[in-house]
Design a protein around this ligand. Structure first.
Ligand code: NDP
Ligand code: OXD
Length: 309
C-alpha cells in the first residue's frame, strides 16, 4: 500500500502511546502530532481539535474521532470531502452498562442512605421497594443505550427506551419521536440520558420534561452536560419531585469549584468517567476502519454531520 499521512490532534491525551499504536498498525504511514504549519494529512485521529486544525487540512479523506460523541466536531467547519467516523463501543458499552446499573441500583436499594447511616454509627433499615415501581427510561437506544437496556434487565427493572426511529429490542418498551416523548417520560421513574448532543437534543432535560417523570424520579446523565438545564434539575430536586441525580457530564468540565452540584445532598457526581476510551481497542477499531476506507469498503460508525450524530 502506498504511503500516506495521519495527523493526530487530541486534546487532553498523551499522544505517544497513540502514535506508537498507529505506527504499528500502519508501518507505511507517516504518523505525527499536528502542529500549526505541518504538511496536510490524508487521515486525522482527533478528540476536540481546534478549528485551525481543520483549516489547514483541505485534503483529509477521513476524520476518526476517539470517542463516541462527535458534538465537539460538528460545531466546527469541517473539510467538505472528509468522512467523519466515530467509535462504536470499542469497550465503552460494558463500562456504561456497569456505571448505569450501579447508579440505578444504589438509588433503588437506598445504598447512599445506608452509607450515610453507617458513617453516623447507625444500624438502620429502609423498607424494600418494588422493582416494578422503578421503570427505567433510556433516552437513546444506540450502541450504548441498547447495551444499558440489556444490562438493566438482568436486575429485572422494567425498561423503556426512546429513540428517533422505532426500535424493537427484546424486553424493552420502545417509544420513538416527539409524538411518544411525553408517554415515555410518564412511564419512567429513573431516567438515563444516552443521546448525542445535537441542536434537537440540547437542553432536553429541563423543568418541563423532568417534571413529567414519575414522582421520586432519579436522573442519570452520562451523555453531555448541555443536555441538562442545571437550574431546572436543582429546582426539581429541591421541590422533592426528583429523588436524586447521578451526573457524569457537565456544561463546563472540570465542574467549576463554586457549582452547586458539588455539595448538593441529592446529587452524586463523577468526572466524565462513566465510559472511558480504551486505547488499544480504539486503535484496533480505527485501524480496521481506516483500512476499509482505503479499500473502498462500506464503513459503520459514519457520522451524518448534518443530523449531528
Ligand atoms: P448512537 O449514535 O449509537 O445512539 C444515539 C441514539 O440516540 C440513537 O438511538 C438515536 O436514535 C437517538 N437519538 C438521536 N437523536 C435523537 C432525537 N432527536 N430524538 C430521539 N432519539 C434520538 O450513540 P452512542 O450510543 O454510541 O453514544 C451516545 C452518546 O453517549 C454519545 O453521543 C456521547 O455523547 C455519550 N457518551 C458519553 C460517554 C461518557 O463517558 N460520559 C462515553 C461515550 C459516549 P436512532 O437510533 O433512531 O438514530
Ligand atoms: C465519548 C466520551 O463521547 O468519552 O466517547 O464522552
Amino acid at each position: 500500500m502506498t504511503s500516506f499521512r495521519i495527523s493526530f490532534c487530541c486534546t487532553n491525551t498523551d499522544p505517544e502511546p497513540w502514535l506508537a499504536g498507529l505506527r504499528t498498525a500502519f508501518p507505511q504511514a507517516e504518523v505525527e502530532v499536528w502542529q500549526p504549519g505541518v504538511p496536510p494529512a490524508d487521515y486525522a485521529v482527533v478528540w476536540a481539535p481546534p478549528q485551525p486544525f481543520f483549516d489547514e487540512q483541505p485534503q483529509l479523506k477521513g476524520v476518526f474521532n476517539i470517542g463516541a460523541g462527535v458534538d465537539a466536531l460538528t460545531k466546527l467547519r469541517l473539510p467538505s470531502n472528509a468522512v467523519v467516523v466515530r467509535l462504536e463501543d470499542a469497550g465503552m458499552a460494558v463500562q456504561m452498562a456497569e456505571y448505569v446499573c450501579q447508579g440505578a441500583i444504589r438509588h433503588f436499594r437506598d445504598l447512599n442512605a445506608y452509607a450515610d447511616d453507617v458513617r453516623a454509627g447507625q444500624w438502620t433499615f429502609y423498607k424494600p421497594r418494588q422493582r416494578r415501581d422503578f421503570p427505567v427510561g433510556i433516552l437513546g437506544l444506540g450502541v450504548l443505550g441498547a447495551r444499558v437496556a440489556q444490562a438493566l434487565q438482568h436486575f429485572e427493572f422494567p425498561v423503556n427506551g426512546w429513540s428517533r426511529s422505532p426500535k424493537a429490542l427484546d424486553g424493552v418498551r420502545g417509544f420513538s419521536g416527539a409524538a411518544q416523548f411525553h408517554d415515555f417520560l410518564a412511564s419512567s421513574r429513573v431516567l438515563v440520558n444516552l443521546l448525542p448532543l445535537t441542536p434537537e437534543t440540547a437542553n432536553i432535560l429541563n423543568r418541563e420534561t423532568l417534571g413529567r417523570l414519575q414522582p421520586g424520579g432519579y436522573v442519570i446523565n452520562v451523555a453531555r452536560g448541555a443536555h441538562l438545564v442545571d437550574e431546572d434539575l436543582l429546582a426539581l430536586l429541591n421541590s422533592g419531585h426528583l429523588g436524586g441525580a447521578l451526573l457524569d457530564v457537565f456544561r463546563t468540565e472540570p465542574l467549576p469549584a463554586e457549582h452547586p452540584f458539588w455539595q448538593h445532598p441529592k446529587i452524586t457526581i463523577t468526572p466524565h468517567t462513566s465510559a472511558r476510551t480504551l486505547r488499544s481497542e480504539s486503535i484496533a477499531q480505527i485501524a480496521a476502519k481506516m483500512g476499509a476506507m482505503q479499500r473502498g469498503e462500506v464503513l459503520t460508525g459514519v457520522v451524518d454531520v448534518g443530523r449531528g450524530y
